[in-house]
Write a protein that binds this ligand. Structure first.
Ligand code: GLC
Ligand code: CA
Length: 558
């Protein structure tokens, strides 16, 4: 596989509302992002994925877009965005926009026109259907609760929505819709955007029979995601985007794809695939025990490790995955993968080590680099996220007490990742001079960028070293392009793997003791140390003694 321009890059996701507020209105904005580019460059970041900044009623925090070619005033102006692109270029960095085209906002003029005249041109931009016996056309349950079908105001027709009712799905079967989207994508690329993260992209193809699905919840509804067709029907849509937009401009694309079957991975993310790379979410699902948040299992280390390795194996050296520990839809990784009693510099850097040296592109999420943890929400009203409120109701309906339902939301809510970035221990964590739109994490005096930098053991400092190692020209053929082989899988609490260069001439062992107790392992090969979160470890004859959550990166002689 030839090397693409983006393969050696490190990506970082910004949730713009919560990153940095420049004007005191409590909402992060584009000038705020511009003011932190040196911070990001210094960390080692190259690609900046910014979650949606388009005009939106913010029902789903910008993932409900009312105008694809403008900037929401709360984030700034188009001039600010152009300045961001320019300032990134000056630093040899790139802007990756969020492309949300499975659906738009019900405030988008296309939908407004469809409501005004369902029989006209814009009625065909959406899925409009008659109901069945006064009920919605089928039993599909939307991602954020309720039926996937909502009455079109003033009509007997229903329109389809995968997510909230304020997010009507666009009808990709309609060539005019596809043309509009391609024109818009090229318009952004011509502006200097380097690529896109493609939101909910497998949802764009529906099974047009719209048959009832097998009920999986009280009330006889069926999770809409189970009804996605798995056939080749999506191919023409994605090929059009690729051929008309991405390929001619050599854009970087990363698909938000859940549940793509292994036999289709290459089709989506291989050298000739629709996208440059695909997020690997499989390991994020290992705590799920059903379609609802209250149906969660405790974190199971071996299952998690095995799932990461399985994804790596499925991807092989053909598909270049995008590896995450966090994003704006997940709780904080420290809280998910570590016991509260185990939180420390060592444990969060151990997590970082095993994830960032996997094969693929690391995507960091804002605040991950200082080891942020979940927030605390005392009442259900304190959450902003619509899906959290829906999951709370689902939990109460299933018989949980309000306290249990609240605890489940605290553990799982997307708002855990959406609290403002804590830049300092000062007022509002240095995020804003006004009132933050979502309260800052109550632990911000302990966990913030300034405090982290003052510590002899800075989490961000370790991330910097890790990213620098990944980019070290001496090790790129191993850490970027090399294959991955699991190691020490028989050990209960070791997360270990080899990376080997394409020629087989260089080998690295990533070795992490993922528990608070000491572990001794037998390792006879000669090696040198490239990175170590403790700074030293004991090595006797053919044994290595690792302390609790010690992570080391070893250069092996081959
Ligand atoms: C994606 C986004 C999520 C959003 C949903 C609907 O999953 O990551 O935040 O709510 O799509 O657009
Ligand atoms: Ca602002």
């Amino acid at each position: 596989m030839g090397h693409a321009w983006w393969q050696e890059k490190i990506a970082y996701q910004i949730y713009p509302k919560s990153f940095c507020d420049s004007n005191g209105d409590g909402i992060g904005d584009l000038p705020g992002i511009c003011s932190k580019l040196d911070y990001l460059k210094d960390l080692g970041v190259d690609l900046l994925w910014v979650s949606p900044v388009y005009p939106s009623p913010m029902v789903d925090q910008g993932y409900d877009i009312a105008d694809y070619r403008a900037i929401a005033p709360c984030f700034g102006t188009m001039g600010d965005l152009e300045r961001l692109i320019q300032e990134l270029k000056e630093r040899d960095m790139h802007l990756i926009m969020d492309l949300v085209v499975n659906h738009c906002s019900s405030q988008h003029p296309w939908f407004q026109e469809a409501v005004r005249n369902p029989e006209g041109k814009y009625g065909k931009y959406f899925y409009l259907k008659e109901g069945k016996d006064g009920q919605p056309p089928n039993n599909w349950r939307a991602e954020f609760g309720g039926s996937c079908w909502e009455r079109l105001p003033g009509s007997s027709l229903y329109y389809f929505h995968t997510f909230a009712k304020e997010q009507p799905d666009l009808n990709w079967e309609n060539p005019e819709v596809r043309q509009e989207i391609c024109d818009m994508v090229n318009w952004w690329l011509d502006k200097g955007v380097s690529g896109f993260r493609l939101d909910a992209i497998v949802n764009i193809k529906k099974d047009l029979r719209f048959l009832d699905g097998p009920p999986d919840a009280p009330g006889g509804t069926c999770d809409v995601s189970k009804m996605l067709p798995q056939d080749a029907g999506i191919a023409p849509f994605l090929n059009q985007l690729k051929q008309v937009c991405f390929a001619p401009r050599d854009a970087f694309t990363v698909g938000e794809v859940c549940g793509v079957r292994q036999d289709r991975l290459r089709e989506f993310g291989g050298p000739e695939g629709y996208f440059s790379t695909l997020f690997d979410f499989d390991h994020c699902m290992t705590t799920y025990a059903g379609p609802f948040w209250h149906q969660r299992k405790p974190f199971d280390f071996k299952l998690w490790r095995g799932t990461v390795f399985q994804s790596q194996k499925n991807a092989g050296t053909e598909v270049f995955l995008s590896n995450i520990l966090e994003n704006h839809d997940q709780p904080r990784c420290a809280s998910t993968y570590l016991l509260e009693t185990d939180y420390s510099f060592y444990s969060v850097t151990a997590l970082a080590t095993v994830s960032l040296l996997l094969r693929g592109i690391p995507f960091l999420y804002q605040g991950q680099e200082i080891g942020m943890r979940n927030s605390r929400f005392a009442r259900i009203e304190d959450f902003d996220d619509l899906s959290t409120r829906d999951q709370y109701q689902a939990a109460v309906k299933a018989g949980l007490t309000p306290e249990q339902a609240l605890a489940s939301c605290n553990r799982t809510s997307r708002d855990n990742a959406r609290t403002p970035m804590p830049w300092s221990g000062g007022e509002n964590a240095g995020f804003t001079s006004g009132t933050p739109w979502l309260p800052v994490n109550p632990d911000y005096q302990e966990i913030n960028v300034e405090a982290d930098a003052m510590r002899p053991q800075s989490v961000r400092g370790y991330y910097k070293k890790l990213l620098a190692l990944r980019k070290d020209p001496a090790w790129m053929d191993v850490l970027i392009y090399g294959a991955l082989q699991p190691a020490f899988q028989e050990a209960d609490r070791l997360f270990a793997y080899y990376r080997t260069s394409e020629t087989g001439g260089k080998r690295i062992l990533v070795l992490c003791n993922f528990c608070p107790e000491e572990t001794v392992i037998s390792f006879a090969q000669p090696f040198g140390v490239l990175l170590d979160n403790y700074g030293s470890f004991e090595r006797q004859n053919e044994q290595i003694r690792l302390k609790g959550y010690q992570a080391v990166v070893l250069r092996c002689n081959v």
